[in-house]
Design a protein around this ligand. Sequence first.
Ligand SMILES: [Zn+2]
Length: 380
Amino acid sequence: MCQTLFRGLADDLDLLHWLRERIFPLEAAHDEASMRASARLGLWELSRSGTTALMDMGTVRHTAALGEEIEASGLRAYFGKALMDINATCPSLCEPTGAALSEAQELRREFHGRAGGRLRFAYTPRFVLSCSDELLRESFALTSAMPDGRWHTHASESPGEMREVLVRCGCGNVEHLGRLGTLSPQSCLAHCIHLDEGEVRRLMDSGTHVLHCPSSNLKLASGIADVPGLLRRGVSVSLGCDGAACNNALDMFTEMRLAALIHKPRHGPTAMPALEVLEMATLGGARALGWDLEIGSLTPGKSADAVFVNLSRAWNPLGPVSPEAYAGALVYSGRPENVDAVMASGEWLVRSGRTLRYEETEVCARAAEALGALRSRARV
Ligand SMILES: [Zn+2]
């Protein structure tokens, strides 16, 4: 959510240049007002395009403002404060280990379980290269002490990151996380592209969730995760879009389409069938968040979180679609424009294609204003 303002400001770079030259300085320049404007733009986009639940790692500061914005959006979320105690290239986006952990604990006390349980706090160390072993280990210990805790980081994303992790840790990224004892059914790792056999086994044996982000992985030229292979081995995989600065959209229809398409050349046309991808985007996400008893499928007794899709809209007509082709229609041809209405926790968030909690022109105007001020602070 903190990167929605930065869409288009960091294009055509690989992960480490993208982070160090653009994203870290931009994030460091956030103030509370720009954080709110960025989150509002992102939450508007998510709700308008039919996302009802999210996992967001935030940035180092202004996490309370992020939590309040998510609460006001009506969406359901695990969110956190990006924990970073190593950052040689942008020291202002970095904190002492103890300070990072104690602020995270305060935020957990303030937000975990708020809004009727719709808000939950996650411990979210940024990635191995920004985190000491102590920070990774301690944040995981705090997570595992909570029955509904979640620990979220980004791992094994780009070849450059892998080289630096190897130099610092003497092993692969997931291997390092495993040796620190941070892999478990409460752990959610975005990406997981570059894995060796031992690391795949560690993901399997620990019940760690993998969050597949195909647009981001293609755009940063990070690589293509072996998702069919992970699924075959029983690893839980769900879908994400990562931030708007590396995607550049927060549109799960695009992620479903890419997840279904990009694995077929290597694994054959029957790999990643539409129904399986639709399940990854719904129940798979709910499982990763540990929320699958309440959301993820339309079942009596679950919360009323639902997206209503119009298959016969004139400007993106999907029809005629027979019932057995619904999954294919949504995954291969669906677009945010087909979303007619969205409900989360029984509350309407979108009706007739319009968000009820946001006024689009106002959200965009505030975002433009906040970005102008932020860029003059950041000088990027
Ligand atoms: Zn990422």
